[in-house]
Ligand binder design. Structure first.
Ligand code: SF4
Length: 457
């Protein structure tokens, strides 16, 4: 090895012009991915590319103000109504942590005109079934007009043939359908109130429509969350899903409440799908506890309970009525209101559970959300990331506030400062803080993977 190469190696540098460029990139844009740069360049999305590099630069320096940089990843929730009762979802458990709403198309369009040119990827999902929003296909088409890569997440229990056709025509890139069971029995243990038969019939319609319209999109992903009760099905998921037209299968560990009774009963035995340490003690017997059935959490979040006056608010009523198209829809809407009232009458059954947790052994690091991503709820409120359930933790509202006042506002600046200091070992987690990022326990595990379909957590 030459003396120069040795010197470069000692200083942690590479040799030659290419090495020089690599070093500059490592120092100036430590998180940037060349494959993303190449793709944006190839697709001539120059504005998105310039924004991506600028945000990477600001993020690498830990800037608290964004100086013209915009988020390039959006998680956007078109509706937070849902007909299922998945026990660990705040909507399914009816925890009343957020007002119910459908996103207004005109608001969405205005917002897209503002930030769409910078956004690379958008996930349509969060705390509800997006398909309840009738304008969903229009929203997808609008986002595609801005060259955004889109993934829609669905339980796919109720969807008409007409909507399926609109989805295929909208230009949607990927649809991820959550099916965590190969029999009705295993499926409905978590997707409470869902019918596997309906999901499979709707999937068949989607595959047929895509074929009829000769459309290569949307790519269909079968998502399977692995729990204790369905882990024996993992080896068969791939074959089962592909036989029904899925293009891909995504098998994932679920985020669970971290209290022992839940972990012991719900977490799979297979270590590949465990996000948490195995609780000590013997295996529990009997049915798995449900969080809204009287098992109290030791780490309850601040839960804003549903208030009956919400029903009287015109927006809530209007949204609810917009869902109703048939007697079955009316029954579902009545059920949602009824359950909300029961939760209000029996407040002891409303308990929060801990935020998602880091894997044991993970080192503290960095979270990209405050610089590169944004989570937008149906009425325009902004959460720092998709893990934040409680409306009280939101940072503002994109439909009601000036963009720069929100994106460079106090909440975002505090988030960026804390994550930067935390990643440099100068700050610790303060669980008593009012700010969700300051008390966050998953910093270091959140990275956006623009080449995949979800942020890796
Ligand atoms: S630091 Fe935690 S709460 Fe804040 S954006 Fe990141 S994951 Fe979310």
């Amino acid at each position: 090895m030459s003396e120069r190469a040795e010197r470069a190696g000692r200083a942690g540098r590479s040799e030659g012009f290419e090495g020089f460029l690599r070093d500059v990139r490592r120092r100036v844009l430590p998180h940037a991915e060349l494959s993303v740069v190449e793709r944006l360049w190839r697709e001539r999305l120059y504005r998105k590319l310039a924004n991506y590099l600028w945000v990477q630069f600001l993020m690498g320096r830990g800037a608290t103000r964004m100086w013209g940089g915009h988020p390039y990843w959006l998680t956007l929730d078109p509706s937070n109504f849902c007909q299922l009762h998945c026990p660990f979802c705040p909507t399914g458990a009816n925890k009343g942590t957020r007002n119910k709403a459908m996103m207004d198309f005109d608001h969405f369009k205005k917002f897209m005109d503002r930030v769409g040119p910078y956004v690379i990827r958008m996930e349509l999902m969060n705390w509800g079934e997006s398909l309840f929003n009738r304008r969903l296909p229009d929203m997808i088409a609008e986002a595609k007009r801005h060259g955004i890569s889109l993934e829609l997440h669905e339980n796919f229990n109720h969807v008409s043939e007409e909507t399926v056709e609109k989805l295929v025509r909208s230009g949607l890139d990927v649809i991820s359908i959550s099916v965590d069971g190969l029999t009705q029995e295993t499926y409905e243990r978590y997707r409470v109130g869902g019918r596997l038969e309906s999901v499979l019939a709707n999937l068949e319609t989607l595959v047929r429509k895509r074929h009829e319209l000769a459309s290569p999109t949307p790519r269909i992903i079968w998502q399977f969350l692995v729990f204790r009760h369905n882990e024996h099905e993992v080896d068969r998921v791939e074959e089962f899903a592909r036989a029904r037209g899925a293009d891909d299968v995504r098998i994932k560990p679920p985020y669970l409440p971290t209290d022992e009774p839940f972990l012991a009963a719900w977490m799979p035995r297979d270590p590949r799908f465990q996000l948490y340490p195995v609780p000590p003690g013997p295996e529990p017997e009997g049915p798995a506890p449900m969080p809204n059935k009287g098992v109290r959490s030791s780490q309850a979040l601040r839960v804003r309970r549903f208030r009956p006056t919400q029903i009287l608010r015109s927006a809530y009523l209007r949204d609810l009525l917009a869902m109703i198209d048939s007697p079955a829809d009316a029954a579902r809407a009545a059920g949602m209101v009824g359950r909300a009232l029961v939760q209000w009458i029996r407040p002891e059954s409303v308990e929060g559970h801990a935020l998602i947790r880091a894997r044991p052994g993970d080192t503290p690091g960095f979270c990209e959300w405050p610089w590169a991503g944004m989570t937008i709820n149906p009425e325009g409120s902004v959460s720092p990331c998709c893990a934040i359930e409680d409306q009280a933790d939101d940072f503002g509202n994109v439909f009601a506030e000036r963009w720069s006042a929100l994106w460079n506002g106090r909440s975002y600046r505090t988030a960026r400062r804390h994550v930067r200091r935390f990643s440099r070992g100068k700050a610790t987690i303060r669980t008593d803080s009012d700010h969700p990022c300051v008390r966050c326990t998953v910093i270091g595990n959140i990275r956006f993977d623009l080449n995949a379909t979800r942020p890796s957590a």
